[in-house]
Design a protein. Structure first.
Length: 265
C-alpha cells in the first residue's frame, strides 16, 4: 500500500506488496524488493536497490548524494541486501566517482541517526547502534557490533565478530574477534560473547586467545608478532584469518590496551 501523500516516481520499480508511508519520496531510479516497509517522511533516491523484507523507519534518507567534494553528479549506486532494519533518520549515501558503490549486506540492524557514507561496505548480521558514524570507504565485516556514537575514520576496516564500545574514536583497523574501546579505540581482548553466540568451539577460542597474546600483548613489532603467531598457533580458519588481517592492514591496527581484560585472554 502506498499512502496517498507519498510521491513515487512512475519509473521506480516497486512490487505491489511494498508499504510506503505518508510524505515519503521515492526517486525514479529506485528498485525495491518484495515486502519492504517504508515509514513516514523518508527519502529514497539515486540508483538505489533495496532487497526484500527490509524495514525503513521514519525520516530515513537512503541513496542521497555523497558528502564528498570530488562527486560531480556521476551515476553511482547504493545496494542494500535483504531483511535489514534501518531505524529513524539514518542516512546512507551513494558511492562517488563513476561506478562508485556503497553496499550494505543482509540482516543488519542500523539504529537511529546512524550514517553510512559513500563507498562504504557493510557485511551481514551487523549492528550499528544509535548515531554510529562511518566515514567514506569504511568496511564493516560480518557480525561486527558498532556501539552508539562511535566515529570511524575514512578507509578503516572493522574485522568480523568484533565489538567497539560506545563513543569510541576509531582511526585504525579493528582486528576480527576483538573487543575494542576508547579514544582512540584500543584492543582489550577477545569478543568472547560474540564468539560464543556464533557457536565458535572452545578449542578455536583458546587458539585465538593465544594469538591475541602474541599479536597484541607481548610487545613485538608487527612482523615478529605475525611470524611467531604463524609458528605457535594451530592454523584454524579463524586464527589464519586474524593473522592475515593483521599482516595485510594498510592503515595499521588498533593498539593494545596495557591492561587487557583477564577473561578475554
Amino acid at each position: 500500500m502506498i499512502h496517498k501523500t507519498a510521491i513515487v516516481a512512475p519509473e521506480a520499480q516497486i512490487p505491489g506488496d511494498v508499504e510506503i508511508g505518508p510524505w515519503t519520496v521515492i526517486g525514479p531510479k529506485v528498485k525495491i524488493g518484495s515486502g519492504v516497509k517504508i515509514g513516514n517522511s523518508c527519502l529514497i533516491d539515486g540508483s538505489t536497490v533495496i532487497g526484500a523484507g527490509c524495514q525503513i523507519f521514519n525520516g530515513a534518507v537512503i541513496g542521497s548524494v555523497p558528502q564528498d567534494l570530488k562527486y560531480k553528479g556521476e551515476d553511482t549506486k547504493l545496494i542494500i541486501g535483504e531483511n535489514n532494519i534501518i531505524r529513524e533518520y539514518t542516512t546512507i549515501n551513494l558511492g562517488t566517482v563513476e561506478k562508485g558503490l556503497t553496499q550494505v549486506g543482509s540482516n543488519n540492524l542500523i539504529m537511529a541517526y546512524s550514517h553510512i557514507a559513500h563507498d562504504c561496505v557493510v557485511g551481514d548480521n551487523c549492528v550499528l547502534a544509535n548515531c554510529a558514524t562511518l566515514a567514506g570507504h569504511v568496511t564493516i565485516e560480518d557480525r561486527a557490533v558498532i556501539g552508539g556514537l562511535v566515529a570511524i575514520h575514512q578507509f578503516t576496516r572493522v574485522g568480523k565478530m568484533s565489538i567497539i564500545g560506545g563513543c569510541s574514536k576509531v582511526v585504525q583497523d579493528i582486528p576480527p574477534f576483538s573487543t575494542c574501546d576508547g579514544h582512540p579505540a584500543k584492543v582489550y581482548g577477545l569478543n568472547l560473547v560474540g564468539l560464543r553466540r556464533a557457536q565458535i568451539s572452545s578449542k578455536i577460542i583458546s587458539d585465538l586467545k593465544i594469538a591475541f597474546k602474541i599479536l597484541f600483548f607481548l610487545g613485538l613489532n608487527k612482523t615478529s608478532a605475525v611470524e611467531k603467531a604463524r609458528q605457535d598457533i594451530p592454523q584454524s580458519p579463524e586464527a589464519a584469518y586474524l593473522i592475515d588481517f593483521i599482516k595485510s592492514s594498510s592503515r595499521g591496527v588498533a593498539r593494545a590496551n596495557r591492561a587487557p581484560q583477564e577473561e578475554s585472554l
